[in-house]
Design a protein around this ligand. Sequence first.
Ligand SMILES: Nc1nc2c(ncn2[C@@H]2O[C@H](COP(=O)(O)OP(=O)(O)OP(=O)(O)O)[C@@H](O)[C@H]2O)c(=O)[nH]1
Ligand SMILES: [Mg+2]
Length: 302
Amino acid sequence: MQKFSGFVSIIGAPNAGKSTLLNAVLGEKLSIVTSKPQTTRNRITGIYSKDNIQIIFTDTPGILEPKYMLQQFMKKEIESGVKDSDIILLITDAGKYDRAKLSELYSAYEKQFNDCKVFCILNKIDSIRKEEILMIIGDIAENFRFDEIIPVSALKNFNTDELLKTIIKYLPQHEFYFESGYITSQPEKFFVSEIIRRNILKLYSDEIPFSVYVDIEEFKEREKGKDYISASVITERETQKSILIGEAGSKIKLLGERSRKNIEEFLGREVFLDLFVKVKKDWKNDEEFLKRNFSKLGNAAN
Ligand SMILES: Nc1nc2c(ncn2[C@@H]2O[C@H](COP(=O)(O)OP(=O)(O)OP(=O)(O)O)[C@@H](O)[C@H]2O)c(=O)[nH]1
Ligand SMILES: [Mg+2]
């Protein structure tokens, strides 16, 4: 049977629902979703394989003007996602539709679109009325030259089948890039660090989740006994370190317990998780640190 396979990147403003969409089409909670903007930091690969079709999706961080070096690295993640794509999904939040902002996003990446197809995905349509949806679609059709405009609700999984069908229509004929059993090309280690980061996003408020970097220092598979994982939660200041640890270590203990459980669910085996909190002043602007760590935990193809 002829095979069809290609690369699809999901880009858009922070909080538009990019990661929710990736998880919805894969049917797996691969990418972290929170109500906070700038949740995704690295690009995340999710592979959809069915019958003679394989789609390699890339979720990316939200597009914004970088204010510090970490955000410059995040921006690069978007660019490498867009590069070599067959199809780009530019996601926009229907509840916050603004033609000028969409135009800004489009222009920011237009040069890199090359000859790939670009779809406008109008997400969160569950949050507005039908007439409004139609009005927005009309406005987009009139003012932009997208190859397709597809309204969806990633959260409610509405019309995502239609999105998949449309993607498949445009897929080039090509052998599969990955074996069908693979859901991602990224190392387990990356997802282990993301699970810890997701729990930090859930357990701590304000700026704490955005001041941490989770570094997996050791990941030893042991034939006898549980796998051993040691992770550092790196933060910017001593005060943040105390908040992370909590009174008599109560908060870090909870973080460790929850993360261990989630890691075990993800890996399908028992692990021993050691967590340490460390301070590394201004790591978000430390080029050496970011270079070292982004390539270590990011896409395997890096
Ligand atoms: N009502 C509604 N909410 C949605 C929908 N899709 C996503 N959300 C919510 O929007 C918020 C952001 O979702 P994410 O998937 O994390 O957004 P993102 O674009 O990946 O965000 P960043 O990674 O920060 O750029 C979460 O609270 C989601 O539950 C949708 O279709 N409808
Ligand atoms: Mg995201």
